[in-house]
Design a protein around this ligand. Structure first.
Ligand code: TXE
Length: 490
């Protein structure tokens, strides 16, 4: 088996210390690839390669339309490799093929969208009395770190705006899901992205994350991952005052009022909670439902949740894949166990699936709890698995209070036919996105990120593009007059 390599300074290389890692298919536990595993020496080389590329201006000084052409070619190549990329994502992350295909389309669209924005890094000019201009320019070397739940899509969400704005990158996928990133870098090579502009390092966050986020040669960090890791990233970045974008965990509420169609709403709730086996930062993991409809909605949810087809994502009939790794499955099962100890009432699911052939993979039943105590771990902490907790409310104010009662603030949803209430609730829920009568719709044009401990800064939209730009003021002296400040010159 060929060892998967890193891409540094336009060359495919093995890690200097020859470490390797087995990449596992979470649907059956099989080794699908062995990849090289970086140490800090490799990160040093990658940052230096990026630094040289940025300082030479070979990318930042290209005309925007030329940079845009590269991005458009990348989008085209992603689309040409759509099937292969989706298959890789499914065998590496476990998500059903249909979800993987949609991720690939979103990734291609991100490169296309930011190709358009490349030409819009507008500054300002001020009238003759000021003789000044404000210009926008690339920030420099960006360390981009992504997790394992949307390996390709998040790579695109970070690399596309980074490159569009004229920056260069050192990119690290999650150590367990590097396969689509390797393929993406093959595309970069194919479209002849200049050497050193995008560098790929493969390795564990614990081993190389600290250097990536503290290196003096790095100017900006964009990180998506867990809140605790985000805090470490921020602490590291502090020493050299890097610009930081953090997209972290969530515990998103779904508030349901009695005036909704319960069957339709139930389907959205299941989609919110169980898409990606719940391993989505914006997963709707807390259902806050009006007490008058709680029993009926709960019984619809239980009935349909039991019918979710769980299995290998390569099988077209499958609706929910495995948990992305054994380690993470054990973490999720531990939280389920703790929830029971804490008094949450298990309504359905709650176990690892041990029936062959799923016993070889890391599969968990879609799980629903009813809870009364708002302070227990299963309500307050991100599970990042297919686990929904149900709480009830009487008054709208109580629903808002419950919705805003965790440390997170990434997303939320409200289901009601009352327009005024929908808007009022949207304004009152403290999160970066609020969906009304829908869930999980994300578009590359719309900024994506969180309030509170879900992070700060934004991926996507013009906001992300701007985060990869510095603002510079240039003031000009167009006269020949002397300054006249020191008497001795007069
Ligand atoms: O995340 P980590 P883990 C949440 C989710 C999950 C928890 C832990 O609740 O249960 O985080 O998951 C890299 N410096 N989310 O441990 O460690 C790591 O290599 C720099 C939500 O997998 O945050 C990977 O590339 N980087 C989240 C990336 O961080 C470091 C998605 C994410 O891994 C690092 C994933 C360090 N010191 C988990 N340590 C979301 N927002 O979608 C690790 N990494």
């Amino acid at each position: 088996m060929d060892i998967g390599k890193m891409y540094i300074n336009g060359e495919w290389i093995l890690a200097k210390e020859q470490g390797t890692r087995e990449i596992i298919n979470p649907a059956n536990g099989e080794v699908i690839k062995v990849v090289t595993e970086a140490t800090e020496k490799d990160v040093e080389e990658a940052v230096m390669s990026a630094r040289r590329a940025f300082d030479s201006g070979l990318w930042s000084q290209l005309k925007p339309e030329v940079r845009a052409t590269f991005l458009l070619k990348i989008a085209e190549e992603i689309e040409k490799s759509k099937e292969e990329l989706a298959q890789l994502e499914t065998i590496n992350n476990g998500k059903p093929l249909g979800e993987a295909l949609s991720d690939v389309e979103t990734a291609a669209d991100a490169f296309r969208y930011y190709a358009g924005l490349t030409r819009t890094a507008f500054g300002e000019t001020f009238d003759s009395s000021l003789d000044s201009m404000v210009v926008k320019q690339a920030v420099g070397v960006c360390a981009l770190i992504v997790p394992w739940n949307f390996p390709l899509q998040m790579a695109a969400w970070k690399l596309a705006p980074c490159l569009a704005a004229g920056n260069v990158a050192v990119f690290k996928p999650a150590e367990t899901t590097p396969l689509t990133a390797i393929k993406l870098f093959e595309i970069f090579e194919k479209v002849q992205l200049p050497k050193g502009v995008c560098n790929l390092v493969l390795g564990s966050g614990q081993a190389i994350g600290d250097l990536m986020t503290s290196h003096r040669g790095v100017n900006k960090i964009s990180f998506t991952g867990g809140t605790e890791t985000g805090k470490k990233v921020m602490t590291n970045a502090l020493q050299t005052m890097k610009k930081v974008t953090l997209e972290l965990g969530g515990k998103s509420p779904i508030v349901v009022f009695p005036d909704t169609d319960l069957e339709k709403t139930a389907e959205y709730i299941m989609f919110a909670s169980f898409l990606g086996a719940g391993q989505i930062c914006s997963a709707g993991s807390r259902l806050i439902v009006h007490e008058s409809i709680s029993a009926e909605l709960t019984s619809i949810l239980i009935k349909h949740t039991k019918k979710i087809v769980v299995g290998n994502g390569l099988d077209n009939s499958v609706q929910m894949g495995p948990i992305a790794s054994i380690q993470h499955m054990n973490k999720v099962l531990g939280m389920v166990e703790k929830a029971r100890e804490d008094g949450a009432i298990l309504l359905t699911g709650g176990h690892r699936i041990t029936k062959a052939p799923l016993d070889k993979g890391s599969f968990i039943e879609p799980t629903i709890f009813m809870v009364e105590d708002n302070d227990i771990e299963i309500v307050q902490e991100e599970v990042f698995g297919p686990v929904l907790v149900i709480q009830t409310f009487r008054e709208e104010e109580e629903a808002v209070q419950l919705a805003n009662s965790t440390k997170y603030g990434l997303a939320g949803a409200v289901f009601t036919k009352d327009f005024s209430r929908a808007i009022r609730m949207s304004k009152n829920i403290c999160s970066g996105t609020v969906w009304i009568n829908k869930y999980h719709s994300v578009n590359n044009q719309l900024p994506w990120g969180g309030f509170n401990q879900s992070g700060f800064g934004r991926d996507l939209g013009k906001d992300a593009f701007n985060e990869y730009l510095e603002t510079k003021v240039i003031q000009m002296n167009l006269s020949n007059d002397a300054l006249g400040f020191y008497d001795s010159f007069i």
